[in-house]
Design a protein around this ligand. Sequence first.
Ligand code: SF4
Length: 361
Amino acid sequence: MTPSLVPIREKVEAGKRLSAADGEALFASPDLLSIAQMAHGVRLKKHGLTTYYNWNLHLNSTNVCEANCLFCSFARLKTGMSQAFTMSIEDAERWIRERYRPGMTEIHIVNGLNPDLDFDYYPSLLRMIRREFPELHIKAFTAVEIHYFAKKYGLSYAEVLSVLRDAGLGSLPGGGAEIFAERVRRKICRDKASADEWLAVHRAAHGAGLKSNCTMLYGTIESPAERIDHLIRLRSLQDETGGFQVFIPLAFHNEGNRMERVPPPTAVDDLRVIAISRLMLDNIPHIKAYWVMLGVKTAQTALLCGANDMDGTVTEEKVYHMAGSHSPDALGLSEIRRLITSAGLSPQERTTTYGTVHRAA
Ligand code: SF4
């Protein structure tokens, strides 16, 4: 182990919280294997060999978005542009019905910030899912979307969340956080919720009893210090509310967007971010290796570097495939279990809120 890591290892072994300076020292160290070993040790203490996955479906019902994030390959600025789409509630029902299989437990919904829709579209979408597919937990709308609804329709976050929850919303996904540092947000995603607004939506959701997830987009133009700042802001909110379930680092992809000249992160970057996240986020229970972003093989390796969740079957992910992700469109349950088992770990199917799913073999 390189000497700069020794005091950090002592803190980790004593269960002490790492500082921003520790985080920056971890990013500065070339000793990935020692960092991964420390993170895997923390993961084993928290979860043993148990490695979670779920059986889910991703729906994007509109990609029309008036924000214009530089890294985004999914959105189209206006209705009517090539590849822009907006599903009616009936289209969405048909789309889900074609892909739904009995036993699935979750639907994950994220959309663009569509200026042409009435607010009622969103609760109507949730009510349709609750009525037609009552077994699905609905994890829907990023904090960026909730902020947009509040601003556009003149409601408070609490009011938006209350209407959506009454219509069937079960929890919030973690997207839209990108990187909290103002310097970076101004350059890559200036038209949407600020860092403070993103955090305020999650604070409101947790206050309303909804669990949520959190993310960090890495590999664009942020510095290691800005990554650590992001992690520490998430950790602080978690100290306050305890409402985050899982942290999901999201690797930047550079195809089909306006950041094509920025090289995407390498596998070593990916594993380093996973491991450092596990070490810094001592109060967030789970770290997810999202195979859609990382690729299946790096995601499997990440399970030995601090991650303890592989996400789900997904089924037709669009947001990252339109940005050049070459991972498959969906993974079967048996393939996810095989990946986990062949890493020497124990697969456990979970609900969205980390309850255990028991299935007959
Ligand atoms: S990242 Fe989200 S908010 Fe930004 S352009 Fe894409 S869909 Fe819109």
